[in-house]
Write a protein that binds this ligand. Sequence first.
Ligand code: NAD
Ligand code: UDP
Length: 328
Amino acid sequence: MHLERRVLVTGGAGFIGSHLCEQLLDAGCDVLCVDNFFTGSRRNIEHLLTHPRFELMRHDVTFPLYVEVDEIYNLACPASPIHYQRDPVQTTKTSVHGAINMLGLAKRVQAKILQASTSEVYGDPEVHPQEESYWGHVNPIGLRSCYDEGKRCAETLFFDYWRQHRLRIKVARIFNTYGPRMHPNDGRVISNFVVQALLERDITIYGNGDQTRSFCYVDDLVDGLMRLMATKDDVTGPINMGNPDEYTILELAKVIIDTSGSRSRIVHRPLPEDDPRQRQPDIRRARENLGWQPRVPLKEGLVRVIAYFEDLLRQQSVRDSLAGNASG
Ligand code: NAD
Ligand code: UDP
């Protein structure tokens, strides 16, 4: 008889997924990590491969999956604009077909299922801070739409499976998250700025830098996801998960320069299409339903991320892969 909780993490070899796999193992679960390595890597989970309760499966969630599990965390999806815009049709397929396949699996084995949704469902928000009742302001035909609309459709599927098939669902709307194992080359603002600062290259601010974001450290986020999964069946979400401390991108650049002791200069580049002007989660629901709130302040999290990238950049192959790209 099987006593441990068997947990499937799709996208488990990615940035957030690898931290989640670690925490689930620490909590005593059996973990099945499924990933097609589109943006994730074996390096992120190498240290888990010999763990007796960890299993890795190479699989694309746009195809059906037949496994026996008790809980599913559905994280599979490229998350940075550079990556999700590289093959936008595949991005939408991953969100939509991936959700259908994982919901079908959850239905067959009666598993609880959590969707890693995103603040992007609010688009370029006209309401500030964003609370879950806000329906969003999303361009359906722009460059970010493959990601935003794919994630919105996935939420629709989750709630229809809940209404129609009484599936136990949990939907987390994740705001910008950062931490060790972010991809050095994926163009997200924290990895870009930290790499640029450490290599003493120019810090590239898109636009004038007065757009805002709120950054959550990955350990806080993973704690929130696991708390959400553990809630009673009537808690479906959607629940915002992020750190309400809001910074302009210019402020962020200055904090990273200060914290890393870099001599990099700030330069300005054109603002990408549909770049949201401001973003800050209203986390009252998470506080009330999960007793959750972020604990790691930005400066403390940045110290850990800077140490991680310092270490990574000692590898010549990583430095070579960064030569001449957007980080330069
Ligand atoms: P990531 O790119 O590091 O991880 C995504 C993982 O999914 C990768 O390992 C990738 O290889 C895998 N993947 C992609 N397509 C797949 C497919 N078709 N089949 C199987 N695996 C596939 O990104 P992340 O930052 O760790 O994000 C994880 C999840 O959280 C994503 O669903 C993302 O949309 C969501 N999210 C992240 C953030 C953030 O700030 N990092 C914010 C909001 C939402
Ligand atoms: N950004 C920037 N310079 C960079 C990378 C990003 O100024 O080198 C800006 C980007 O235009 C956006 C913000 O930082 O306004 C956050 O970008 P990211 O891609 O990390 O996340 P998202 O836009 O998806 O929230």
